[in-house]
Design a protein around this ligand. Structure first.
Ligand code: ASP
Length: 334
């Protein structure tokens, strides 16, 4: 099930849907109009908080519960992201992820903790939980990134089991795609569904994780932003954290999550920082109509923000005992 469909279903269910920053969205529809940002209403700043890209209330619920049980923010993020990695119906993360153009499911994931430690796996096959392997790279090796077969062998040496991640549905979809495929990555703004998750515990300790199967039908060996420090994820425990979803090439070129955190360091709110980082992409990339990027951010106080280029980006926030799916505000109002 595509996350957009999931959202439509969730809208009918028990999870509340709100339009985060919709007043801001109306004002921020062109770069020049974003000067009105002072009018942004203050956001909820209660701790703890868990925030994730897309409509993933089971994942945020798991992370929240983990925090309630007294785990670290990092462990909470790994538990939360793990829910989506194990969800075979999600075609963007872990098992069920859409494959590259040659039919291989390759996963990228990273984690970052409050000490600024970072670990990542890139282009890893056959292991359902790359986020947990990324944590082991961070904690149990002298390295920060492992890729491909080496990452897979490391995971197996740590007790992970190899399994086929290409589900029948994803195989079927790939076979349909092959009939009409052009030899370049598909850029479909409804098809960017990386799970980035940020958690701040009750003491203000921040960690984050990001996990993805990357762009559907990418070229073999392609790696996006999601597992690259500063692009798909960045955490600075003195300031806050940010994570990204969407066309990784554009996030990488602007080192997007680092940019969001640095903007917060300069005094911007998480919402303002996400908007400015999206505007940076728009200023540099005339064809922004053709792709989606979304950022989420949280600061040390637990204030949150989210912004995307196009409509359709949703976020899930667990805060004040409430698990809420929100529509992100966005730039392109055409
Ligand atoms: N950011 C991911 C990548 O470029 C894709 C996504 O968010 O769906 O690999």
């Amino acid at each position: 099930m595509k996350r957009r469909n999931f959202l439509q279903k969730a809208a009918l269910g028990s999870v509340g849907i709100t339009a985060l920053g919709s007043s801001i969205a109306a004002k921020a529809s062109t770069p020049n109009q974003t000067k009105d940002r002072q009018e942004i209403p203050p956001l909820n700043s209660s701790l703890p908080v868990v925030i994730a890209t897309w409509s993933v209330e089971d994942a945020t619920q798991k992370a929240w519960q983990s925090l309630q049980d007294g785990t670290t923010a990092l462990e909470a993020v790994i538990a939360g992201c793990g829910v989506e990695e194990a969800n075979a119906k999600g075609q963007s993360v872990g098992i069920g992820g859409l494959p590259d153009r040659d039919g291989r499911v390759t996963l990228d994931a990273c984690v970052m903790n409050e000490k600024g430690d970072y670990g990542a796996v890139l282009c890893m096959q056959n292991i359902m939980h790359p986020i947990a392997v990324a944590k082991m790279v961070m904690e149990d090796t002298p390295h920060v990134i492992m890729a491909g077969v080496g990452a897979e062998e490391f995971a197996v040496s740590q007790g992970f089991k190899r399994e086929n991640l290409l589900t029948e549905q994803s195989k079927k979809d790939w076979e349909i795609w092959k009939k009409t495929s052009r030899y370049k990555p598909i850029i479909n703004i409804e098809n960017h569904d990386t799970i980035g998750m940020l958690a701040v515990d009750k003491n203000g300790t921040i960690s984050g994780g990001c996990t993805t199967s990357g762009l559907a039908y990418k070229m073999a060996g392609r790696v996006g932003d999601s597992a690259i420090i500063g692009s798909g994820l960045f955490v600075d425990n003195d300031i806050g954290a940010a994570t990204a979803t969407g066309l990784g090439e554009e996030v990488l070129k602007t080192v997007g999550s680092y940019l969001v955190v640095e903007l917060m360091r300069q005094g911007k709110s998480p919402q303002e920082a996400c908007e400015l980082a999206i505007e940076r992409i728009i200023e540099k990339t005339p064809n922004f109509e053709d792709f989606q990027v979304g950022y989420i951010a949280v600061n040390k106080k637990g204030e949150t923000g989210a912004y995307s280029i196009h409509e359709g980006f949703t976020i899930t926030t667990y805060q004040n005992q409430k698990n809420t799916i929100s529509n992100s505000s966005f730039y392109n109002k055409k």
